[in-house]
Ligand binder design. Structure first.
Ligand code: HEM
Length: 210
């Protein structure tokens, strides 16, 4: 059984399809009543939710590796990190496309663009777009590992902007939003502390995950 789970986890395509399954779920839930009141709002909220969920999953991998350095499944997931990030972008693209279709006119869009809620979401989206475009092996080679890594650190800026986006939304659930972001921030703080302070004290060169 464990062997089978490991084989499945190792398969990039399995993880990719698994992460795309929520699209089917959204459609099913939609036809079971979700589309009844306001279909645009329903799909907008659901796609936003999955963009955020997958973004949080991909961000948790590195701090979890510091906490559980021996965990085999984390090592396997690390290999899929770029692909998981791209899946998050796919949901963001759906979320953004629905917004564009709903906003309808350029005037409405430009008017909305100055709202902190839309502005923070849009900049986060542009960052995810840049990261998705540069997520291929060819791009890693072209940019060089160091520059590529620095560029991909923008994911933290995007995450902060997503935090602002979700918190600035009308009728946002502040408590739930904090529950999404605070544990991750603490875990990242610990990773930072572990990487810089602990390893420096021991005179160890900086590990690869920083
Ligand atoms: C990476 C980028 C983004 C993420 C992770 C994201 C995430 C989310 C989440 C989680 C929600 C639901 C909040 C809740 O349930 O309280 C939401 C709502 C929404 N987002 Fe985004 N978003 C992103 C980008 C954008 C962009 C670029 C736009 C439009 C320009 C946008 C427009 C909206 C709208 C209009 C809603 C509210 C739907 C409603 O209340 O009816 N988002 N977003």
């Amino acid at each position: 059984m464990m062997g089978m789970i490991e084989t499945l986890l190792k398969s990039k395509w399995f993880i990719f399809l698994l992460l795309l399954l929520p699209i089917l779920l959204i459609i099913l839930e939609g036809f079971q009543g979700g589309f009844a009141a306001n279909p645009v709002e329903f799909v907008q909220l659901e796609t936003g939710k999955y963009t955020l969920l997958i973004l949080l999953i991909v961000l948790w991998i590195s701090p979890l590796k510091v906490l559980f350095p021996q965990a085999k499944w984390l090592k396997i997931l690390t290999r899929h990190r770029r692909m998981i990030g791209v899946t998050s972008f796919i949901y963001a693209l759906l979320h953004f496309t629905i917004y564009l279709l709903d906003a309808n006119t350029i005037e409405t869009m430009l008017e909305n663009f100055t709202r902190p809620f839309i502005l923070s979401g849009s900049v986060a989206f542009l960052i995810l777009l840049l990261l998705a475009i540069t997520s291929t092996n060819w791009m890693v080679k072209k940019l060089g590992a160091k520059r590529w890594k620095n560029l991909h650190r923008l994911v933290y800026v995007a995450t902060f902007l997503v935090f602002l986006h979700v918190i600035a939304k009308e009728k946002s659930n502040i408590l739930l939003t904090l529950l999404y972001f605070i544990p991750l921030t603490l875990a990242e703080g610990y990773r930072f502390y572990h990487g810089y302070v602990v390893n420096k004290e021991k005179n160890v060169t900086l590990p690869n995950y920083l």
